[in-house]
Design a protein around this ligand. Sequence first.
Ligand code: PDD
Length: 287
Amino acid sequence: MGFAILNGKIIDRSEAKVDVEDRGYQFGDGVYEVIRVYNGKMFTVTEHLHRFVKSSDSIGISFPFSSEQLTSLLEELIVKNNLRVGIIYMQITRGVAPRNHAFPTEDVIPTFVAYTKEVPRPAESLKTGVKTILTEDIRWLRCDIKSLNLLGNLLAKQKAAEEGCFEAIQHRGEDVTEGSSSNIFIVKNGLVSTHPSNHLILKGITKDVILQLCAKNNIPLKERTFSLEELEEADEVFLASTTSEVMPIIEIAGKKVMDGMPAPVTKKLQELFVQEIEKQCGALKES
Ligand code: PDD
């Protein structure tokens, strides 16, 4: 099982336990992050920690570490767990207090937990692409906070799983927002489009890397809201997330995207994305 971090200390994971009155457990009163690890090194760690602190600030939990402190703790955890390719999951909650919806008035120490998991790159799906469903976005209006409250996302993902699909593409009425655990991109006549990073979606770190890669490589990209009709008529569709990277979407609600094969702009972005990983984390094994 390896080691975990509980409130700043690295301990045996089997001993990392939280109280039944932890507000994360009872209310989902907390925020989380998932960081990719390649070759034992964290990818885009600064960006993830920045978003973690921002999510935490936005719900009034004061972050108990500096970025430097947390980075070195996480590095130590990776070494202790001998993690090569996988993820770090971490969350911070408001802490333990007698159950009451309003925030505790006394000083409560936030609960911080982190652990690692081996997760290989999804090599096969990156080549062949994945199938998706469509579902109405029923979530709250602060999707920019990476909150532990994931029921809307879970219900969407479950619906996809029941239909043998990898992801659920969510939409608010006619407007496509994002996947249940990913950001969604379309390509039409060479232009890449993705939902603007506002309160309706999570500002994905992978999305931001893609934005930078497009800018550097003269690939036209616009952050703009696009419709279900545009999604249906797109030349290419892909999703982006920490665990899935740049993942081609080849089918939406039983209908093929063009000829149902990963297409040129998506493939180019996959190639550039791998170069970015290798720049930060060293060469990836051929997969
Ligand atoms: N999910 N949108 C949602 C709703 C997400 O949950 C995620 C990530 C993303 C993509 O963000 P990023 O590129 O920073 O991973 C977009 C993580 C991986 C998860 O919940 O496991």
